[in-house]
Design a protein around this ligand. Structure first.
Ligand SMILES: [Zn+2]
Length: 113
């Protein structure tokens, strides 16, 4: 079985769930109940299929967040001055990935390549 990534919302542990018959299966966070996509065994799906749906969701969300940070940071460099750090969403995502005013530039350069 594939490794289940940590929950993208709370960092909690994801585990496989079913409706009691192991027909429809999905991964759900034990801590915050976030769910990955559902798969159906009658369509030939497996545990790995459910885990893929969960893991892909985590990756997709991270890519979206990083793209947002990059866009905001470019705007910040171009014409916003210090405004990015007054934006709630920007601060939320930066904090989520451990970025501060001091290390953001370095962090984004690393993520870019
Ligand atoms: Zn969670």
């Amino acid at each position: 079985m594939k490794k289940i990534k940590d929950c993208l919302f709370c960092g909690g542990i994801g585990e496989l769930r079913d409706e009691g018959d192991w027909r429809t299966i999905w991964v759900q966070c034990k801590q915050c109940d976030a769910e990955g996509g559902y798969v159906d065994r009658h369509d030939g799906a497996t545990e790995d299929g459910a885990i893929d749906k969960w893991n892909n969701r985590v990756e997709k969300e991270i890519i979206n967040d990083i793209q947002y940070l990059l866009n905001m940071y470019e705007a910040y460099i171009d014409d916003m001055g210090g405004e990015a750090w007054k934006d709630e969403m920007f601060i939320k995502f930066a904090t989520k990935y451990g970025f501060t005013k001091e290390n953001l530039h370095k962090g984004l350069e690393e993520l870019h390549c």
